[in-house]
Design a protein around this ligand. Structure first.
Ligand code: GLC
Length: 443
């Protein structure tokens, strides 16, 4: 009978709650066709049409230290790399398959190099592992919801032995949890409903899998996609009676939950929104719909203000480079975080309603006003009283901002206003952060 230990759970997730920002990396053979990581499924592409990319894969510019340095400079505290995506191609030297990076012209164990580089930069090390596998012969083909050959009767499933596939999956996860030192986070993707049988935790022999992972990596965090996948609720952790396959965090995809995520008892849950910079995870040549850097910064703040993390994706190209637009976003994010990181790391909900000017984040007795829209004259600080405030500073410069004493405020005795100075233009048009030191326990 599985016993959930909440104190131990809280201890394990502490670094993740502190981190608030991570980098997702989707990379593999699909970078060559450059139409996203679902290319095989979307186009119902047979294996023969995909295998030439395997013979060709040679990312001459791949430099994981550069990746890790860019992540670090952007303010990321951890990274998550696709060790295997749905196409089944492995970025690590698995003994259980030939379909791996070491057998391509690349000849490198990409996971090994990535893990070393991330560690060197002091970043948390995460691995994504796809439960789906469109390469493995024992994975259901015909009639599966997602398999590239789902409509091909010639790909009938007779003779496929799903248990053999599960042995393979478990064996690979064992390799990942054994051969690469400490792994901080495992991102399984994903359970789904299938016309014939649901692909849910039990289907993957989830209990056995999670038990093994936690035995090999006692402090690891696991997402909740063995139980649920951004649909079908938040998993057994939400119920307050976590089962053996419970994830450690909720992982909403391409969405920031309206008010964060609470469990059934109303407790704030640990969550991480995974979000693309453009509209694809894997490199997509035609997709230039990038979110502006200013939006990415504000979306990070939104996640933090609702008590969650942002896992921001980069899809490197077939040579191993980040798209230039992604590099630019990372640079802008890094420049903002370098000044304003205190309002992100370890911060969470403020316990105050969302202010008109932008958002609040908070860490203990430090309240951060993320000002997107300036006021005319003094800035009202909803939810606060003058006696709550020990002092106010502009976070980026440390400059004092006093409580406004102007006569124009005098008709609003119940509202406290900050005096941001004479300039009507905010010093940082994206997010000017005002730090308010609160008198302990006053709000
Ligand atoms: C989805 C997709 C996948 C992507 C993942 C990231 O479930 O299947 O391509 O890796 O989301 O959250």
């Amino acid at each position: 009978m599985y016993r959930f230990d909440r104190a131990d759970y809280e201890r394990r997730v502490a670094w993740f709650r502190e981190a608030r920002l991570g980098m997702f990396l989707h990379w593999g053979l699909y970078a060559i066709p450059a139409r996203g990581e679902w290319v095989r499924s979307n186009e119902e592409m047979p294996e023969e049409a995909y295998l030439p990319y395997f013979d060709e894969f040679d990312p001459v510019d791949f430099d994981p230290r550069r990746w890790a340095r860019m992540a670090k400079a952007a303010g990321m505290r951890y990274m998550v790399l696709t060790a295997k995506h749905h196409d089944g191609f492995c970025l690590f030297d698995s003994r259980l398959t030939d379909f791996k990076s070491t057998n391509t012209p690349c000849h490198r164990d990409i996971v090994a190099e990535y893990v070393a580089a991330a560690r060197e930069e002091g970043l948390g090390v995460g691995l994504y592992y796809s439960l789906l596998d469109w390469h493995h012969p024992d994975y259901p083909h015909f009639g599966d919801r997602h398999h590239p050959l789902r409509h091909d009767p010639a790909a009938a499933n007779g003779g496929r032995n799903f248990d053999r596939y599960l042995d393979y999956l478990h064996g690979q996860v064992r390799e990942l949890c054994t051969n690469y030192g400490k792994i901080d986070l495992m991102w399984f993707d994903f359970s789904y409903d299938n016309p014939d049988r649901p692909m849910r935790a039990e289907t993957w022999r989830g209990e056995e899998l999670v038990t093994m992972v936690r035995r090999l990596q006692p402090d690891i965090l696991i997402d909740n996609r063995l139980e649920v996948s951004g649909e079908g609720g938040f998993g057994s952790l939400w119920t307050g009676e976590p089962g053996p396959c419970h994830g450690d965090f909720v992982c909403p995809e391409q969405l920031i939950p309206p008010e964060g995520v609470r469990d059934r008892a109303g407790r704030d849950m640990v969550w991480e929104a995974c979000v693309t910079m453009n509209n694809h995870w894997g490199y997509c040549r035609e997709d230039s719909f990038y979110k502006p850097a200013s939006m990415v910064i504000r979306k990070l703040v939104e996640c933090v203000s609702k008590g969650g993390n942002l896992l921001l994706n980069v899809g490197p190209d077939a040579r191993g480079n980040f798209p230039p637009q992604a590099e630019e976003i990372l640079r802008a994010l890094g420049a903002w975080i370098a000044k304003n990181g205190d309002s992100v790391y370890g911060c969470g909900k403020a316990g105050l309603p969302k202010p008109e000017f932008g958002r609040y984040t908070r860490k203990g007795d430090r309240l951060f006003c993320h000002i997107y829209e300036n006021s005319v004259g003094p800035l009202p600080l909803p939810g606060l009283r003058a006696e709550d405030i020990a002092g106010m500073r502009l976070l980026a410069t440390g400059a004092e901002a006093p409580i406004a004493r102007s006569w124009v405020c005098s008709n609003y005795p119940d509202t406290v206003f900050a005096d941001l100075g004479q300039d009507p233009v905010l010093p940082d048009p994206v997010d000017t952060v005002l730090e308010i030191k609160l008198r302990r326990n006053s709000i």
